[in-house]
Ligand binder design. Structure first.
Ligand SMILES: NC(=O)c1ccc[n+]([C@@H]2O[C@H](COP(=O)([O-])OP(=O)(O)OC[C@H]3O[C@@H](n4cnc5c(N)ncnc54)[C@H](OP(=O)(O)O)[C@@H]3O)[C@@H](O)[C@H]2O)c1
Length: 268
């Protein structure tokens, strides 16, 4: 399917690895010029180098913490100065926080909110005036299946996911008249560093019978138990949805949170 977005320009946050990298790759392969962002410069430059191997690829990078107050302006300016526009915004940077209300600290709440929600709000505010001028824009916000079916073991992450879904719907209604479509993806278990770094330690603590197993095997068993399709998802499977939502082929889906969780309502 030709997505009809050749020549468009995008920002993908959290694009040095995992789902964000897969989305950037998918957009580049569809002729989109992409600004990729993440904090660790070395890993970001490695990602850029790989993306630039695609024929005709246009990729710029900004090492930035999306939680910083000026990050949104920096990223939008980079897209404008390098590629002349900003048509597609993929708000993907973030991580999970494992724990309930009683074992999440004030800092956990403040930091997670800044990275996941406040950064999204700021990036939308910076990008939308440019999309309005062209009367075309696509925004995709990475959320979690827990925004729809909360799991108390992931309290902070899932409260913020519900807020992302609400931001997505409200903003979609606000800008629909401007040709801008805004959607979220309610992601389930997808095998990335996020899973290994933030979820696995909590699973290991609660599931002592798996203590002798390697990380991949723990993920495989948990996914088989909790996911109707019997496995974790891949970053590429999420990227395919994000690319469609970002494309000219999507003209009628807006304000939605697309569930992408292999049928599961929880993943730990
Ligand atoms: N994987 C899952 O099962 C799953 C499930 C539900 C929702 N999600 C959501 O999907 C998104 C992508 O997850 P993933 O699994 O692909 O994660 P990942 O593999 O850990 O990758 C996260 C990316 O975000 C960047 N990042 C993190 N914090 C950042 C910050 N403050 N500023 C800028 N960049 C930042 C990371 O690079 P640096 O560390 O160098 O900054 C990296 O590029 C996240 O928002 C996550 O919450 C994932």
């Amino acid at each position: 399917m030709d997505l009809g977005i050749t020549g468009r320009a995008a920002i993908v946050t959290g694009a040095s690895t995992g789902i964000g990298f897969a989305v950037a790759k998918e957009l580049v392969s569809n002729g989109v010029a992409v600004v990729i962002a993440a904090r660790d410069r070395r890993r970001l430059e490695q990602a850029k180098e790989i993306l630039l191997r695609a024929p005709g690829a246009k990729v710029a990078s900004v090492d930035v913490d999306v939680a910083a107050p000026d990050a949104a302006r920096t990223l939008v300016n980079k897209a404008l100065m390098t590629f002349g526009s900003i048509d597609i915004l993929i708000n993907n940077a973030g991580r999970a926080h494992a724990g309930g209300l009683m074992n999440s600290s004030e800092d956990d709440w403040t930091d997670m909110t800044a990275v996941k929600l406040t950064s999204m709000r700021r990036l939308c505010r910076e990008a939308i005036p440019h999309m309005q001028q062209k009367r075309w824009g696509r925004i995709v916000n990475m959320s979690s299946i827990g925004g729809i079916y909360p799991n108390p073991k992931l309290f902070v992450s899932h409260v913020l996911s519900a807020a992302i879904n609400n931001l997505t719907r409200s903003l979609a209604l606000e800008v629909a008249k401007d040709g801008i479509l805004v959607n979220a993806i309610g992601i389930g278990a997808v095998a990335t560093d996020n899973w290994a770094n933030n979820m696995l330690p909590a699973v290991r603590k609660n599931r002592l019978e798996m203590s002798s197993l390697g990380d991949d095997e723990v993920l495989a068993r948990i996914s088989a138990e909790l996911t109707p399709v019997g496995r974790a998802g891949t970053p590429e499977e999420i990227a395919a949805i994000a690319a469609f939502l970002s494309s000219a082929r999507n003209g009628f889906v807006t304000g939605d949170t697309i569930e992408a969780s292999g049928g599961a309502d929880r993943f730990m």
